[in-house]
Design a protein around this ligand. Structure first.
Ligand SMILES: [Zn+2]
Length: 70
């Protein structure tokens, strides 16, 4: 009954996909990996800040495009 939903985000900003892990009794010590090979971590972003800065995601996408060229 005490399942905890945790959102992990891909650290590869060019990918940026998110997965929702349903945490049960098994404690996961290692972060999940994205299909692109990058490690996924729980995003540390204050929700209030994100709401006040709606253009932030657009900037992130532009930067992600640059990262693709690396
Ligand atoms: Zn990824």
């Amino acid at each position: 009954m005490s399942t905890e939903r945790q959102v992990y985000r891909c650290q590869n900003r060019a990918c940026g996909c998110e997965i929702v892990v349903t945490k049960t009794s098994v404690e996961t010590k290692t972060n999940p990996r994205c299909f692109c090979g990058a490690e996924m971590k729980k995003p540390y972003s204050p929700p209030v800040f994100r709401m006040l800065d709606p253009d932030d995601e657009l900037v992130s996408r532009l930067e992600a495009g640059r990262n693709l060229a690396q």
